[in-house]
Design a protein around this ligand. Structure first.
Ligand SMILES: N[C@@H](CCC(=O)N[C@@H](CS)C(=O)NCC(=O)O)C(=O)O
Length: 315
């Protein structure tokens, strides 16, 4: 991670733990918002107006948080307006590394250099995703929840879309479900995988399967998506964890009471979201497996399992 703008060797992909050995995710450091006219958003500074070609996303296919921003870019037809650079799946001693050496946009090799271009004295983890502003040569945001929401709203005049991921009439229901999904499911699998005590692991494990069971029950009435007929933010949140469940979390993160394929409604639902035009291109299972199984602290040999059978994903 970066300390006062310098990459420190004293760095663990396992991140921080609390007193009980529970995994603690870092709070994001850049919280500005792109808005239609450049007015300030809910947090941070203004001056980031929606303009074609001005912004760029740094992502990795391994990362569920980055993948949700990629999904929104597709769903809102922003591919022609916002470029993307994908990092290599394997986290190196210097953090995320660019496949093309150097990154064609900013001509650096590692993600942490993007952070120090934005703030030469930055302290914190160099996480993905990052939404980069080419005009001001800075980071707009490194918080995926905010990036999802700004991509959903700010570019309406440039790329009108029929899909609204956070419609006002069900905003409260989306917020409630998002909260329930975040700690127990999206971050729950990480809390299980990166726990350093049995107690913290078992607590997280219970949460993860409480969410799997809850989602299965919710979908049992035949609804297409979590809030009914419309695909929303909540579906994006659920999907990014579900699609990684069998290839990564069941094994590497020890979430092994059941697999996704053991839940009929959840499996059909995951396939339905995968089949939404554009979504399949945001999923790279090989990248996901190589990334998770390269985390040395959890899998010192670095061996990537051959399975599981994911033929259900084929279109
Ligand atoms: N709050 C961030 C979390 C992002 C995050 O934790 N990304 C992980 C990859 S899945 C990362 O880059 N980890 C590198 C590190 O912690 O050093 C978001 O949702 O945007």
């Amino acid at each position: 991670m970066l300390v006062d703008g310098k990459w420190t060797k004293d760095w663990q992909p396992v991140q921080a733990t609390d007193a009980k050995g529970g995994f603690v995710r870092q709070v994001s450091g850049f919280r500005n918002w792109i808005t239609a006219d450049g007015a300030p958003g809910p947090t941070g500074d203004g001056g980031f107006a929606a303009v074609a070609g001005r912004y760029h996303l740094y992502v990795g296919y391994i990362c569920p948080w980055a993948s949700r921003t990629l999904m929104v870019r597709k769903l809102k037809h922003l591919e022609g307006l916002i470029g993307v650079t994908v990092v290599e799946p394997v986290l190196t001693d210097q953090g995320w590394e660019f496949a093309s050496d150097p990154d064609p946009l900013n001509h650096v090799r590692y993600m942490h250099e993007i952070y120090t271009l934005a703030d030469p004295r930055y302290s914190g983890r160099a996480t993905i995703p990052v939404l980069w502003d080419k005009e001001r040569a800075t980071i707009v945001s490194n918080e995926s929840a905010d990036i999802v929401r700004m991509l959903d709203t700010a570019f309406e005049a440039l790329a009108p879309a029929s899909l609204e991921l956070y419609p006002a009439d069900i905003a409260d229901a989306i917020d409630d479900l998002n909260d329930w999904l975040y700690d127990g499911f999206n971050n729950g699998v990480y809390r299980a995988g990166f726990a350093t005590t049995q107690e913290a692991y078992e607590e997280a494990f219970t949460d993860v399967f409480d969410r799997m069971d809850g989602l299965e029950a919710r979908l049992a009435d035949g609804r297409a998506f979590l809030h009914g007929d419309r695909l929303t933010e909540s579906d994006i949140r659920a999907f990014v964890t579900l699609i990684r469940f069998d290839p990564a979390y069941h094994g590497q993160f020890k979430c092994n009471r059941a697999r996704l394929v053991d839940y009929p409604h959840l499996l059909a639902y995951t396939r339905r979201v995968l089949d939404v035009p554009g979504i399949r291109e945001t999923v790279d299972i090989d990248h996901i497996k190589r990334g998770y199984y390269s985390i040395k602290a959890l899998n010192p040999s670095g061996i990537v399992p051959v399975g599981p059978d994911l033929s259900w994903m084929e279109s």
